[in-house]
Ligand binder design. Structure first.
Ligand code: C5P
Length: 477
C-alpha cells in the first residue's frame, strides 16, 4: 500500500523516506509505520500502555467550549456500510458534526460523494492526500474531534487496531487517536466467533475501546444467521451520545426559556394572507437545545412545517398580535429569545369574506404596523426576562443595522445574520452569526464561524449558560 501512495509524495520527501528506511534496514512501509508511531507515542520501546479512553484526551476536544460534538466516522468495508449513511443522519439529529473517512473496501459499498453530501463535510479516503496530509491530516482527523466512531468495524479493522497497524488512513487515525473510540462491529458470525477476532476484541476492550453490538440476526449471506449484524444506526448514535454527553449536564434546569419562531401570517381575508420565507428552523433548534440543557421551554411558533422538539411546550399561532398575546401570557420567564420573523405590517381591516374580483379593478390593501414583540417585552418594567435576545436578519450593512437594532429594541443581545439570497440562510441549514451584546464597555461583537443551525443553537445556549446570572450558583441579575 505504501509503495502505491508513496509515488504521490513530493520527490524530496519520498527520497528522504527511502533513505531513512534503508538506513534503518526497514521496508518503506514499515518506516512509515514507525514514523507515525513515534510521532504519536514517542520512540518505540518506550510506548506506555494506553490509558483508558476516559483519561486519554489531554488537550481540550473541540466541543469542550462550544457544546458542539465533532465526530470522526470511519466507515469500514462491509455490506453494513450502507447503514453508515443513515448513521450520519442520526448523529446529526443529535447535534453532532460528522466527518467521514472511508476505507478502500468501504468505497466498494458507499461512495465518497454520498458520505460528504449527507455529512455536509469533506469525506477523506487517503493517508497520503496532497491536500490534507502535509499538515498531518490523519492526526487532525484523530484529534480535532470529540469521538471516533467506527461503523461498520470489520474483523480486519479490529485486527489492525489490536496490533497497532497504520497502513491506511482509517488505521492511522485510530492509532493516532486520543479521543474515545466506539466500534460497531459487523461481520459474518464465523468471523466474529473466530478465536483471532475474540483475542482482538479482548485486547481492544483492555485498551479502553467501547463497543456497541453486534446484534444477532439474519446475515446478508443467504441462509446465514447468528451474532454479527451491525447495530442499528439509532442504537449506535445513542451509544455515541451516552459516551460523549455525560448523563445530563442540565445547566438550565429550573429556568424558563421562551422562544418565538417561524413567520407570522397576516390575514387579508379568510383565504389569503401576507407571509414571509422564514422556515422556523433556527428557532426550533434553539428551543430544542434549551430543553436539552434542562430548561422548561415555551416555543411560540408561527405556521411552519416542522415537528415540535421533544420536551418543549409548543404554542402555535398565526398572526403577530396573537404571538404577542401568547408571549405576554407566558411571562415570567428567565430568558426570552425572539427568533420569529414577525411581519412588520398587517392589513388594517381583514375582510370577513373572500375578496372578489370586481369591476372596479384591483383592490388596494391598506397596511398598518404590527406590534413589535421583542421591543414590547424588552421595554417592560415588570416581568422583563433577565436576558432578552433578538435576531437581526439583514441583507446589507449587517453590523451597523444590528447595532442600531440592539439600541432601538432595548434587548440585551442581538444575534445578527446575513439573509441576503446569496447567503442561502433563509430556509437553508447553515448560518453565520455575529453576537452583539451590551456590556459595561459598550457593545461587544463576537463573530462565529459558519455553522449549522443546530450548532448555532447549541453555541447560543452554551453562551447563555456561561452568563453569570444563569450559571449554576450564579446570582440573578
Ligand atoms: O424584523 P426585525 O429585523 O425588526 O426583527 C428583529 C427582531 O425583532 C427579531 O428578533 C424579531 O423576532 C423581533 N421582532 C418582533 N416583532 C416584530 C418585528 C420583529 O418581535 N413585529
Amino acid at each position: 500500500m505504501a509503495n502505491l501512495t508513496i509515488r504521490k509524495l513530493e520527490d524530496a520527501v519520498r527520497d528522504q523516506l527511502r533513505l531513512r528506511a534503508a538506513q534503518n534496514g526497514r521496508s518503506v512501509e514499515d518506516e512509515v509505520r514507525v514514523i507515525l508511531r513515534e510521532t504519536i507515542q514517542g520512540p518505540i520501546g518506550s510506548v506506555p500502555p494506553p490509558a483508558p479512553f476516559s483519561q486519554r484526551a489531554s488537550d481540550p476536544a473541540p466541543g469542550a467550549s462550544t457544546g458542539i460534538i465533532h465526530v470522526t466516522l470511519i466507515i469500514g468495508g462491509g455490506i453494513a456500510a450502507y447503514k453508515a449513511l443513515d448513521l450520519i443522519r442520526r448523529l446529526k439529529e443529535r447535534r453532532m458534526r460528522v466527518r467521514c473517512v472511508l476505507t478502500r473496501a468501504a468505497q466498494q459499498f458507499v461512495t465518497q460523494l454520498a458520505a460528504s453530501a449527507l455529512s455536509g463535510e469533506r469525506c477523506y479516503t487517503d493517508l497520503f492526500d496532497a491536500e490534507s496530509e502535509f499538515d498531518a491530516g490523519h492526526i487532525r482527523l484523530a484529534r480535532d474531534c470529540d469521538l471516533i466512531v467506527v461503523a461498520p468495524a470489520t474483523g480486519d479493522l479490529m485486527a489492525k487496531m489490536a496490533h497497532g497497524h497504520a497502513d491506511d488512513l482509517a488505521s492511522a487515525i485510530l492509532l493516532a487517536a486520543n479521543r474515545p473510540i466506539l466500534l460497531a462491529p459487523a461481520m459474518n458470525p464465523l468471523m466474529w466467533t473466530n478465536p483471532a477476532t475474540r483475542r482482538n476484541a479482548a485486547q481492544l476492550q483492555r485498551d479502553g475501546i467501547r463497543v456497541v453490538g453486534p446484534n444477532a440476526g439474519e446475515m446478508a449471506e443467504a441462509g446465514e444467521a447468528g451474532l454479527g449484524r451491525m447495530s442499528e444506526p439509532v442504537e449506535i448514535a445513542d451509544a455515541a451520545e451516552r459516551l460523549i454527553r455525560p448523563p445530563r449536564a442540565r445547566p438550565l434546569a429550573g429556568k424558563r426559556v421562551l422562544v418565538t419562531a417561524g413567520p407570522t401570517h397576516e390575514p387579508i381575508d379568510p383565504v389569503r394572507y401576507i407571509a414571509n420565507r422564514s422556515s422556523g428552523k433556527q428557532g426550533y433548534a434553539i428551543a430544542e437545545a434549551a430543553a436539552d440543557a434542562g430548561a422548561e421551554v415555551l416555543l411560540i411558533s408561527g405556521p411552519v412545517d416542522l415537528k415540535s422538539p421533544a420536551n418543549v411546550t409548543l404554542i402555535a399561532v398565526e398572526s403577530a398580535r396573537e404571538m404577542l398575546h401568547r408571549v405576554e401570557a407566558a411571562l415570567p420567564v428567565d430568558v426570552g429569545i425572539f427568533a420569529a420573523a414577525v411581519a412588520d405590517w398587517r392589513v388594517a381591516s381583514e375582510g370577513d369574506q373572500k375578496l372578489k374580483k370586481t369591476s372596479v379593478g384591483i383592490p388596494t390593501l391598506h397596511l398598518v404596523e404590527n406590534p413589535d414583540i421583542l421591543a414590547t417585552i424588552a421595554h417592560r418594567t415588570e416581568q422583563r426576562p433577565r436576558l432578552v435576545i433578538g435576531f437581526a436578519a439583514e441583507t446589507e450593512n449587517l453590523l451597523d443595522n444590528a447595532r442600531s437594532k440592539l439600541a432601538r429594541k432595548g434587548c440585551d443581545w442581538i444575534v445578527a445574520n446575513d439573509v441576503s439570497p446569496a447567503s442561502g440562510v433563509m430556509g437553508g441549514d447553515r448560518n453565520t452569526i455575529h453576537l452583539l451584546s451590551r456590556g459595561e464597555n459598550g457593545v461587544a461583537i463576537e463573530s462565529w464561524p459558519i455553522m449549522s443551525k443546530e450548532e448555532v443553537a447549541t453555541a447560543l445556549i452554551a453562551r447563555i449558560v456561561s452568563e453569570q446570572a444563569f450559571s449554576p450558583g450564579g446570582s440573578p441579575a
